[in-house]
Design a protein around this ligand. Structure first.
Ligand SMILES: [Cu+2]
Length: 139
């Protein structure tokens, strides 16, 4: 009789790293860097970074608005977080490399960044432990 090979649990190591552990950055030169070798067909968005999404974030009395929102962006496109807050906090952008912004108790703070690798990037407030928005980054 043949032994029955059960497919092992391969997935669990990658999923939901969360805040505790930084995302595993690919060490070494993998295929991550895209040099825009062949754009298949330029449909709508021009390659030169057009205006990206602007996410308005309000932190008031311990309540974040929005939470678990989702916006689209393209690789390299500027993404702006406009934050009004009544307290200090830390914004953690789970991109590679990750980015951290210090929130002050002020209106109209503006944090701009871009993402170089396609995928889903969570933007979190660490003190309040909320995911504000997930940015879906297209290639
Ligand atoms: Cu985080």
């Amino acid at each position: 009789m043949n032994a029955v090979f059960v497919l092992g649990v391969v997935v669990s190591a990658v999923v939901t790293a969360g805040c505790g552990s930084p995302p595993a950055a690919p060490a070494g030169s993998s295929s991550a860097e895209t040099t825009a070798a062949a754009a298949p067909s330029a449909t709508t968005s021009p390659p030169s970074a057009a205006a990206g999404p602007v996410v308005n974030v309000t932190i008031a009395a311990g309540v974040v608005t929005p939470t678990n929102a989702e916006v689209d962006a393209a690789v390299g496109q500027p993404i702006v977080l406009e934050v009004s807050s009544d307290t200090t906090d830390t914004i953690h952008v789970h991109s590679i490399p990750e980015r951290v912004f210090d929130v002050q108790p002020l209106p109209g703070q503006r944090f701009e960044f871009s993402v170089g690798i396609p995928g889903r990037v969570d933007v979190e407030l660490h003190d309040l432990n909320r995911t504000v928005v997930t940015i879906v980054v297209r290639p």
